[in-house]
Design a protein around this ligand. Sequence first.
Ligand code: V47
Length: 472
Amino acid sequence: MPTLALPPRTPDADRRIGVDPRLEAVRTKVLAGQRLSMDDGRLLFSTPDIYTVCELADLVRRRLHGDAAFYNINRHLNYSNVCALSCKFCEFFRKAGDADAYTRDMAYVREQAEKAVEAGATEIHSVGGLHPTLPFSYYIDLIGTIRDTAKRLGSDLHVKAFTAVEVVHLAKIAKVYRIDDRASGIRHVLSKLRDAGLGSLPGGGAEVFDDRIHDEAFKGKIRSDVWLDVHRVAHELGLNSNATILYGHIEQQNDRLVHMEMLRRAQDRALARLGYRGTTHTLDTTGDHPSDHLGYSHDEGAEIPAITLTRPGTDGHGTDGHGTPLPESFALDADGRAKSGYFQTIIPLPFFPDGSELEHLPGPAGLENLRTLAVARLMLDNFPHVKAFWIMQTLPMAQLMLQNGADDIDGTVVWYDITKVGGTSTHQEVSVWTLQKAIREAGFTPVERDTLYRRVTRDGAKWKPTTEAASR
Ligand code: V47
């Protein structure tokens, strides 16, 4: 029998909704571009005044991106659903020998890459289960096949592939993973993948950074400290990455805030590594978990620079043609290339219980989704982008989210196996026209981006990124 508790109702949910005067202090900070504390975050989650929360998130979003809203033309390629793990929340995994287990060969990968190029895609997003027997060379071939196919057809495809848990699995397969020095094994594998043509890491597998919840719902998956290590090493190697948060299952709202704080801190470090300076800031851990939950136990409470991208004055200069800012941290280096090695976007993922072992849970609904995204925009002041992944949020909800903190809705996708919203089909494709229409209807200007958020100019299926600057 399930023993997991339902998430609590939003406190004060019965009260009539008016302007919450307690949010004035948060507004003052947001207007001044100051970093919000964990207590501010708790208020943003608990106040009945969701309108003000959303208004503030929209203010920050517009400060960064004006009326631009990003989408891309992409394809998801799940190379295998065979997985050594059996996470309770996952409906995707199969065991080898199951009737619907699959592992794609290179002929299939080539065919998908050809179709992607024909459709004008700029990106292939490829993840899969932790396959127990595929050799490391398979993953190198996967990347090489996609890249070579695109090149042969006179185009380019960015390969965004492998969540942190897969990277650790690959290090184990390649026999370079050592518990007492995990960074070197991770670095070895990521260097090989990068040399083969890997362009960036997707944000999956983070779930929620709490060891207790991890052990309950995601047992066997890497914990937060390892997930953060993988992304840190990727950043050190110059690979950008994304981050997700999976919410609305057995976690509490405070767990989401701890997750955001840990990501914010990791991003401070990534940006500092790239040479950007912030204001000195002591981590606010009041009432949170013990230090090991924060992933960086060795410097708990230490002063670290807070690098805030959302302060006033980021607007109105260095514009991208839409009167919107290019924060200094995304300026070009001496070679005219965008500096790389940081988190690009946070992607809040609402939990879908259907088909998983947690099917008895209700999953989050609309307002909770909207609020979580808005809080992410406000707390993650050093993340340039917030993505409303339309596949999981639905397109109408993604439109609302554009008005409440999000600046990106992801792409054309085509096949998506991990969750199936409102049905059983993995074919979940929208046309560029539909994405643009949704963005326009929400009051924004659609901007096609590549994986690294550079604006795309194109002539039919042929495309190239703008060379002058990364788009924040
Ligand atoms: O890591 C799995 C989540 C993630 C369920 O980086 C579920 O641009 C809800 O990370 N209900 C994979 N979520 C998806 C992902 C992603 C998606 C789009 C763009 C990017 C990016 C990354 O999906 C997994 C897990 O957290 N997930 N099962 C479920 N039942």
